[in-house]
Design a protein. Structure first.
Length: 334
C-alpha cells in the first residue's frame, strides 16, 4: 500500500489533507444536494421521485398506479368497496370514486366530485354526494326512472333499480319494478339492500322485511331481530342481533347455508355470500366455480359479493378481490 511507504513526517500532512477533505465534503453536502421538486425531501431523505412534488415519504396515495409514499408499492387505499356484475367500485379516503373492470356501459367511469357512499349494481352504480343526493352512472334501460332528488342516509343498487333510505328513515325505490322490487312497504327503516329482483331492509324495530321477486322464498324474511340484511339473486341473508347468520331462499349452491359464528357485516352475491367474522376474517359460502367463495387470509373490515367475484377491504385500507376476473373486476387499482 502507498501509505506504508510514507514516513511519520510525511504521514501527518496526508492525514490533515484527508481530514480537510472530509470536512469540506461534510460542509458542502447539504448545500450540494438539492430538493429538486421542493417537496421538503431530498433523495437521501427517501424521496423516490425528486421531480414530482406529490411523491415523498408519507405522501397521500392515489389510485393511479404510482408509488406516492415511497414505500416501494403503488398502493391504492380505499374506505369502502362494492362488487357489481363485471366491475367493482370503491371510495378513497378523500371521497373520490374509483371503479375497475367491465366498462361496456360506462359503469367503470365514475363522475368526479366528493362522495360518501358507493353501491355497484349490475352494470350501473349509485353514489351519494356530500349533500346526500343520488348520482347514477352506467347502464339505464329505457324505462329507468331517476331517484327522487332528496337526501339519503344510505342507498343500494340492484340490477336496474335502486333503493335508498331518506332522512326520515323512509325507503324510496326507483328504476325497474317488473317484480315489485321497487314497491317498498310503509314504515321506518335503518338499512336497505337491493338484490337482483327483490329488496330487503331492516326496519327500525330490527325486523327483516323483503319485497319483490319471491320464487324461492327470498322475499319471505324470517322472524327475528337483525343488525343487517342483504339481498342476492334468489336468496337473502341477515345478521341476527346475536351476530349469527341466517339465510333464506334458494340454496342450490349452498348460498343459504352460512357458517356458524359471530359476524359484523355481510354481503350476498348472485349465488354466493360473504361475511366478516368478529375477528376480521372473511368467510364465503355458496358457489365457488370461479373462486368467488375462496377469500384470501388477513384482517378485513368490509366485504362485498358481486355476480361471480367478491372484494374485501383490508384493515390497512387495501382492497383484495377474488373470483371471476374476466373483465378485470377482481384486479383492484394500485
Ligand atoms: Ca424532493
Ligand atoms: Ca418528490
Ligand atoms: Ca406506496
Ligand atoms: Ca398509488
Amino acid at each position: 500500500m502507498m501509505v506504508a511507504d510514507y514516513g511519520d513526517r510525511n504521514r501527518l500532512p496526508a492525514l490533515l489533507t484527508g481530514a480537510l477533505l472530509l470536512l469540506s465534503v461534510g460542509a458542502c453536502g447539504p448545500t450540494v444536494e438539492v430538493d429538486g421538486d421542493e417537496d421538503g425531501f431530498n433523495l437521501s431523505d427517501g424521496d423516490c421521485n425528486d421531480s414530482d412534488p406529490a411523491t415523498y415519504p408519507g405522501a397521500a396515495e392515489f389510485c393511479d398506479g404510482e408509488d406516492r409514499n415511497c414505500d416501494g408499492a403503488a398502493n391504492c387505499y380505499l374506505t369502502t368497496v362494492s362488487a357489481g356484475a363485471d366491475h367493482s367500485c370503491g371510495l378513497t379516503a378523500a371521497g373520490d370514486l374509483v371503479c375497475w373492470g367491465g366498462n361496456e356501459e360506462g359503469q367503470s367511469e365514475p363522475p368526479t366530485g366528493i362522495f360518501t357512499q358507493v353501491s355497484a349494481g349490475d352494470r350501473y352504480n349509485l353514489g351519494l354526494d356530500t349533500d346526500g343526493l343520488v348520482v347514477e352512472w352506467g347502464f339505464h334501460n329505457s324505462g329507468h326512472t331517476a331517484a327522487p332528488e332528496i337526501p339519503y342516509l344510505q342507498v343500494s343498487a340492484g340490477v336496474e333499480n335502486g333503493c335508498g333510505i331518506d332522512l326520515n328513515n323512509v325507503v324510496h325505490c326507483w328504476g325497474d319494478n317488473g317484480e315489485g322490487q321497487s314497491d317498498p312497504p310503509a314504515g321506518t327503516f335503518n338499512q336497505v339492500s337491493t338484490g337482483w329482483f327483490h329488496t330487503c331492509s331492516t326496519n327500525t324495530d330490527g325486523q327483516a322485511v323483503c319485497w319483490g321477486y319471491d320464487t324461492d322464498g327470498q322475499s319471505n324474511a324470517p322472524d327475528g331481530t337483525f343488525l343487517e340484511v342483504s339481498a342476492g339473486r334468489y336468496h337473502s341473508c341477515g345478521i341476527e342481533s346475536s351476530g349469527a347468520l341466517l339465510c333464506w331462499g334458494r340454496n342450490g349452491a349452498g348460498e343459504s347455508s352460512p357458517p356458524p359464528g359471530s359476524f359484523t357485516q355481510l354481503s350476498t352475491g348472485l349465488d354466493h355470500s360473504c361475511a366478516i367474522t368478529v375477528s376480521g376474517e372473511v368467510l364465503c359460502w355458496g358457489r365457488d366455480d370461479t373462486g368467488q367463495s375462496s377469500p384470501p387470509g388477513g384482517s378485513f373490515v368490509q366485504v362485498s359479493a358481486g355476480e361471480a367475484h367478491s372484494c374485501g377491504l383490508r384493515d390497512t385500507g387495501q382492497v383484495a378481490c377474488w373470483g371471476r376476473n374476466s373483465a378485470g373486476q377482481a384486479t383492484p387499482p394500485e
